[in-house]
Structure formats: structure tokens, C-alpha cells
Design a protein around this ligand. Structure first.
Ligand SMILES: [Zn+2]
Length: 95
């Protein structure tokens, strides 16, 4: 990402000039948590610590899923909607 304007780049769409921002000419750096090793570690932690929660909540009938695609606002609206639906149901989530 660009340290000046925050523009994002990736290995598949790098800046035109190495490590130089297309937008503002600033310095482009690789975030430490974006290295292959760091991403592998995050995925490992997810499998070990986060994924088991899915079953835990499902067993207690407290799991709802929403598609994570689209803008953050769109995903948030889906989450709010499903929470409000569950709160309105008998045996839904506690209020
Ligand atoms: Zn920039």
C-alpha cells in the first residue's frame, strides 16, 4: 500500500513503477501482515481457534450466516436484518 495516500496494490496488480504509487508518486510498501507466511499463520489460527465456534453456536441454535460479498455496508445491513429477525422470534436470541 502507498504510505502517502493509502492506495492499495497487490502482486497481481502492482504499481506501474516498482514501489511507486500510481496515484500520488508516494512510496509503496508491503504490509508485514500481508506476507505469505503471515497469511498462512492467520489461516491456521482461524482453523484452530475461530472455526470451532461455528459448531459451538450451531449446536446451541445461535448461529446465523449471511453472505459476506458486496460492500461492508451491504454486509452490515444483512447482519442487522438477521439479528432483528432472530430477536423477534420465540426461542430467538436473548434481547
Ligand atoms: Zn499514493
Amino acid at each position: 500500500m502507498c504510505t502517502d495516500c493509502g492506495a492499495n496494490y497487490s502482486l497481481s496488480s502492482p504499481p506501474l513503477i516498482n514501489w511507486t504509487c500510481d496515484v500520488c508518486g508516494g512510496e509503496v510498501v508491503q504490509r508485514e501482515d500481508d506476507t505469505e507466511e503471515a497469511i498462512e499463520r492467520r489461516l491456521e489460527l482461524y482453523e484452530r481457534q475461530t472455526a470451532p465456534l461455528i459448531e459451538w453456536y450451531r449446536d446451541r441454535n445461535q448461529l446465523a450466516s449471511v453472505p459476506g460479498t458486496g460492500s461492508p455496508d451491504a454486509v452490515t445491513r444483512r447482519m442487522v436484518k438477521v439479528i432483528e429477525q432472530r430477536r423477534g422470534q420465540k426461542g430467538g436470541w436473548p434481547t
